[in-house]
Design a protein around this ligand. Structure first.
Ligand code: KG4
Ligand code: ZN
Length: 340
């Protein structure tokens, strides 16, 4: 049977990226993201400023996504939007806009769980994407999330472990801040780390449940370490930045890998898919590559544009839900916290 031709417009506004994308039968036609620069000067996301920027960006971003996809809004079959989890003010902008447009075009509205979308981003058809087979383990690592999920099917997912405090991206960013690096600092730590000795300094890994994570203790350990060393040598950070970054990155990456190994042991599943902005990190990519040879894992890393917050992943979930007529009512409401 021939697949029905379906165009989904995806809209994402859960944090500080305003994004829209058009998907046609699983293939990406456009993927537009307006990243809000305003937060850089504050060293972190300021929720109220994020909501305002979404208000300014959402109409032009959606226009551009339709234009790049070379379709008219009347061609769209359904609108998929992020219901949660995220910042309430940011979510409300995307939800209100999506409801109005769906109502105006008289087409279905589809609500999407942002965390499920990070995982299902692997199923977007685009060059360089490899699709995991079920069941697989998903490690979602970003500035807002750190989770290991067992994925039995598209909508059959179980959280095996998650962070009890900061997300791993926050651990990178807060460590970078202590070292005087700009926000977001993850990519800077990664860059310096590649020039340094990962065993130069030792940071202990926080102890929590076998598949859970904790990063707040690590941040404090790094802060005290830097303060103590700087008292003895005022130029300690400047002179040792490569080794400090390499040691921090080594600690975080081996911590992530320890947790993944525990999850593989617990489930017997060796198919691993990662997502989220931190999957750009060269250390975790290398560690996963090595694990393919060392432990016989099969690993999947999506294209970077589908790792960071984006609307293509929202549209992907939208298409999967459209095919089973899983539509939302117009009185559905945004959720700052949300389970699967
Ligand atoms: O997924 P994302 O773009 O936004 C959300 O947090 O939802 O992830 C951003 C996070 C930031 O914390 C940033 O520092 C981190 O991803 N990040 C990295 C790297 N690239 C981005 N962390 C470590 N190494 C990198 N190369
Ligand atoms: Zn995200």
């Amino acid at each position: 049977m021939k697949k029905e031709s379906i165009y989904i417009l995806g809209i994402e506004s859960s944090c500080d990226d305003t994004a829209a994308a058009v998907l046609h039968n699983g293939k990406i036609l456009s993927n537009v993201v307006a990243t809000q620069k305003i937060h850089e000067e504050y060293g972190g996301v300021v929720p109220e400023l994020a909501s305002r920027a979404h208000q300014q960006n959402i109409v032009p971003v959606v226009h551009q996504a339709l234009r790049l996809a070379n379709i008219d809004k009347k061609d769209v079959n359904a609108i998929a939007f992020t219901l949660g989890p995220g910042l309430m003010g940011s979510l409300l902008v995307g939800a209100s806009f999506s409801k109005s447009l769906a109502m105006g075009l008289a087409i279905p509205l589809i609500e999407v769980n942002h965390m499920q979308a990070h995982i299902l981003a692997h199923f977007i058809e685009a060059e360089g994407q490899t699709q995991p087979s079920f069941p697989f383990l998903a490690l979602t690592i970003s500035g807002g999330h750190t989770q290991i999920v067992q994925v039995n099917d598209y909508f059959d997912m179980k959280i095996l472990g998650e962070t009890i405090d900061d997300a791993v991206g926050e651990a990178f960013d807060k460590s970078a801040k202590i070292l005087g690096l700009p926000y977001p600092g993850g990519p800077f730590i990664d860059r310096y780390a590649q020039l340094g000795n990962p065993k130069a300094y030792l940071f202990t890994k926080p102890k929590v449940g076998a598949m859970d994570f904790s990063f707040s203790g690590l941040k404090t350990a790094i802060l005290y370490f830097v303060q103590n060393q700087t008292k003895l040598h005022p130029n300690f950070v400047e002179e040792n930045i490569n080794d400090i970054c390499a040691s921090i990155q080594f600690t975080i990456v081996s911590y992530l890998m320890d947790k993944l190994k525990n999850a593989v042991k617990h489930t017997g599943i060796k198919e691993i898919a990662i997502g989220g902005g931190v999957s750009a990190n060269s250390g975790i990519r290398k560690a996963l590559q090595d694990a393919e040879e060392k432990y016989g894992w099969k690993t999947h890393i999506p294209r970077f544009e589908f790792c960071t917050d984006n609307a293509a992943m929202i549209a992907m979930v939208g298409e999967l839900k459209y095919r089973k007529s899983d539509f939302s009512s117009l009185d559905t409401s945004s959720k700052a916290r949300m389970q699967f």
